[in-house]
Design a protein. Structure first.
Length: 339
């Protein structure tokens, strides 16, 4: 490109020198400058502009024929046009450089924001099985330090620790897949069995707050087709949210009901509590990232739940609970509807 521009400048110089003063061939240097600002750097454009101006003046001196005054005017106009074109071209390159720099900054900020969201997501998700591991470890220690150690219950606590550790590992793997925008590892599974397992795992959190979890699972449900671990994490999040909400009401025995139903060829899971319910503001921002009414909360739990449910071909919604609080429900495709 540089060679082509030099050739064009030389051709314009020769044509301007050999033609009459009245023919302002030098004005074509402006076209060369426009092309140069597109492909060359700032210093190269400035050097080329100086060269075009010098050659235009030299051509005026060497031109053998024509009206001298007209040639002087044409040369002045050409020099001004070259200078203005070079100036505007360099300003344009500066603006493009600023835009590129701004784009790079925005990209870096987006990466940092994504990293922050991912970190908060991991902390939010893994904190639940870690809390269960700590509770089981404490229970096992108490059973073993009694005057007559109860090895059977201590071993049960160890089994719970193992299950929760495996669950934490599965959560990390799922968060990694979400961060990579990978498709869920969908499979055919028994929805009621998966929900029952999570209710059992949540028993320690329910027991600590005095909450009672009732299971109302519809019999003879068709198999679900989704990512089993992800669905269980959604149920776990909704249960813990319900326990916290119901426990926040003084002088109230926390109660939750988990239901599964088949509604219009869709499997529906719902968690209802008898907490204080949702305000209008909470209902509006419920699924917004980093919005929370909890002290020390991340504001990511329901955002993650919605992401998981939608990634598995379902939807999640909120409504008033028949127990007096809030009811969170989501649906999933049945195995017969898989692609």
């Amino acid at each position: 490109m540089l060679a082509a521009l030099v050739f064009a400048v030389a051709a314009i110089f020769i044509a301007d020198t050999l033609t009459d003063y009245a023919v302002a061939v030098a004005i074509f240097h402006t076209a060369v400058m426009l092309v140069a600002t597109r492909f060359l750097g700032v210093r190269a454009v400035a050097a080329l502009a100086v060269a075009c101006v010098v050659l235009t003046c030299l051509s005026f001196v060497l031109t053998p024929s024509g009206d001298y005054k007209i040639g002087l005017i044409n040369t002045g106009i050409s020099v001004v046009a070259i200078g203005v074109t070079a100036y505007l071209g360099l300003k344009l390159k500066g603006a493009e450089a600023q835009i590129h720099e701004a784009r790079e900054r925005i990209t870096r900020i987006a990466r940092l924001t994504t990293l922050g969201q991912l970190t908060a997501s991991i902390a939010h998700e893994v904190s639940q099985p870690l809390a269960a591991i700590a509770a089981s470890a404490g229970a096992g220690r108490r059973w073993l330090t009694q005057p007559q150690p109860n090895t059977e219950k201590a071993l049960a606590a160890v089994d719970r620790i193992t299950r929760d550790a495996d669950r934490a590992s599965e959560i990390l793997d799922r968060v990694r897949r979400l961060a990579r925008n990978e498709a869920p590892a969908s499979s055919i599974f028994d929805l009621n069995a998966a929900v029952t397992e999570i209710i059992a795992l949540s028993s320690s959190a329910a027991g600590a707050s005095g909450a009672v979890i009732n299971a109302d699972l519809s019999e003879s449900l068709p198999a679900a087709f989704a990512d089993r671990v992800q669905v269980q994490q959604v149920v776990s999040n909704l249960l813990l949210n319900g326990i916290e909400a119901a426990s926040a009401v003084p002088k109230l025995s926390p109660r939750l009901t988990v239901t599964t139903r088949l509604v219009q060829d869709r499997l529906t899971v719902a968690v209802a509590d008898n907490g204080p319910g949702l305000s209008a503001e909470a209902a509006e921002h419920l699924y917004d990232a980093f919005w929370t009414t909890k002290t020390g909360g991340f504001g990511l739990g329901l955002t993650i739940c919605r992401t998981i449910v939608e990634a598995n071909g379902g939807r999640i919604w909120t409504e008033a609970s028949p127990l007096g609080g809030a009811r969170f429900a989501f649906d999933l495709p049945v195995a017969g509807d898989k692609p």
